[in-house]
Design a protein around this ligand. Sequence first.
Ligand code: BES
Ligand code: ZN
Length: 844
Amino acid sequence: MAGDDYRLPRTVAPTRYQLHLEPDLDAATFTGLARIDLDVADDVLEITCNAIELEITEAQIETQEGRTSSATWTYDEALERVTFTFAEPVSIGEAVLHVRYQGILNDQLHGFYRSTFVDAEGQRRTIATTQFEATDARRAFPCWDEPDRKAVFEVTLTVPGDLAAYSNSPVVAERVLDDGRRELTYAPTMKMSTYLVAFVVGPFEATAPVDVDGVPLRVVYPVGKGHLATFALEIGAFALRYFSEYFAIAYPGDKLDLVAIPDFAFGAMENLGCVTFRETALLADPAQASRLSLERIVDVVAHEIAHMWFGDLVTMGWWEGIWLNEAFATFMEVSCTDAFRPEWQRWVSFGIEKEMAMAIDGLHTTRPIEYEVRSPDDANGMFDVLTYEKGGSVLRMLQQYLGEDAFRDGVRLYLQRHRYANAVTVDLWNAIEEASGQPVRQIMDTWILQGGHPIVTIDGGVVTQAPFAYGPKGDGAASAIGETWEVPVLARSLTSGATTKVLLGTSPVDLELGREAVLLNAGGSGVYRSAYAAADAAALVPRLAELSPLERANLLNDAWAATQAGQMDLEAFFALGGALGDDGEPSTWQSVIRALQMCSRIIDDENRAVLEAATVRLLGAKAAALGWEPVAGEDERTPNLRASLLGALGTLGGDRATIDAALSRFDATDPINPDLVQCVLEIVGDQGRAGDYDRVLEHHHHAPTPQLEVQYLQALAGFGTAELAERTFELCRSEVRTQDAPFVLGAAIANPATGAATWGRIAAHWEELLGRFPANAHSRMVSTVSTLYAHPTVASEAIAFLTAHPVATGQQSVKQSLERLANNLAFAERIRPTLVEVLRRVAS
Ligand code: BES
Ligand code: ZN
């Protein structure tokens, strides 16, 4: 199919939709009546718009002369369209299309769909709710389902008398029908894209509205969960104020509801004024929540509220612009979270998250951040770490290079210029260029339009760049990794303390720092790897303690990447890890733990004691210094570090005292400290005592908060006996929510003991599982096949299977997982011969 086939003809433009929907929650159906105002640019006998899984029962066109005539219609299922044909031409000017139709409330977590939950009385309750991005509004009403066909929406919902209902704007009229149902009419929205429309109907309650400088803000939740809503209200109010100020534009909606939905494919969705969330991303009891799970809520709420401006008010012209929408919201989310809780040091953890993207971006199967989108599957495949984490990181790099004020002024200009309309990536660069006077477009094109990133090397003060790749590209295979970038290099001399700023292109640049101790990627926001010639490294390494936590973490992550790429040897990496001493930054340690985990999969069982000794040697002292009990007044990031170290010591380290401490916490009747739940469950699963699986399952069923419910569920994947792995698989095929099951299975593939068997089961039930789980989760479920490198035969079967059975959405991500697997296999082969020796030296 040619790409243009997916675009609707532009002869007819919708300006206003009046939609009347009546869901029947028990029958899982709905009826709809759409009245769509059109601007007709040319005489037409036909009008084509999007619709899928809708059964149209009546259609009429009303011309501006006031004549109404019926239409006939035909569907094109492949293109998800309907074409209405008229007996006489509809002439230039205004017209109104009336369509009566029926649809289904599906179980696929997209379009207009059904979600269920069990209430406090044990009753199963049903919700009807929507998820339209990217292209599923067409499942709820016939529409011009493209982001630049903005229009006004006026929604009316007829709902059972005992249920609540929400849409994008406030209710302006309400009446009770003879049959007891209520008919609710919502105010017209601003001019916006179809993918932002929402309706939610069900047994919900809402907090009292909080007035945020004139905007009523509520949290909406399934009945009985009100005690979990307060935290979200606090961050919601903060974020509304924060962004109104940052963007210097008032909130574009009339009200804002943050709605928790029990079954939800994504983390959250930025429907204007009616943002929907999965429960873990919105509802929490701060007294029972880990610090990281609260941070997640703050992030997600901030992210979606940022979209009210960036995305909803100004929208990408077409789906290739999704990267900018999501990358920018990610960037703003971090900015807001950092302002909300500076002590969380969110920019530091964000700087480290880019590692997830760089781990993909160093593969030949990476992709440019912005790339051509034709079909809905292409659009949906764009929501990956390259869009979010790499995209957000290159924006952070740009902001740090230009200065925060110039960057913000450019963003304000862009939003002012394009509000209530659409924009493309270059429009943003132009605005920031105007505000900063810097060649923004020229720099950013090298980061956005080609894949990969460079490794910058310093040798005697001279910097050069080269493309970074984990492995050679296969014979004749293509590579999406680019050749050169405009690299904003910040380098700090530890000798003088001065930071030098250069834009590094193809030619080497002499920083004129001679043999001073120089740190590349000062501040840590650069999206590149750093390497040091021997003399430069020798000057730097003794001064690790003078680096900021993010700078030190980058150094370790770059060293680990170099080790995997065969540019540094394993022992040198562990030498760096051994020099961390008293470092308080969780991610530097997590980098060492990640390396040990890889070694653990590669080493054979008779030598496991050596790995355990090396683990204890590297992590033991720091873990002992932190202990199990939080200390009043300790750094906000310490609980995370403690949990990582203890978890690793109790599993990879096989440390008896740590294991016993974890098991006794699990056995005690007191609730486990929220920050330690994860690491306790990791150890419990690894130990696999008789009966613990059922206890974990029991905790999952009776968890007091959404976060604990999911943590206990995920923990099932950690049990490594054949029988329990099979039980976990069976649960995922049956009772586990489809929003969660793919992630449990993903974790189960990564279980070192039973992952290969789980992979076999997934492959054997491939069609069934894909049909059951929401499409966006398919590639995520199998991303962990990259951990199967200890089983070369299973690994090659997985590569063959996933190549022969591509997923419809996100196959590029699957290819990346497979390249990663191939690299891991090669790495394992490379280090296996000397691994025991190396670890023995590390341990001594
Ligand atoms: N717009 C997205 C949700 C989305 C993703 C819809 C993919 C359709 C396809 C939303 O703003 C989002 O980015 N959600 C994230 C959470 C966020 C905090 C990173 C998510 O769902 O993971
Ligand atoms: Zn988003």
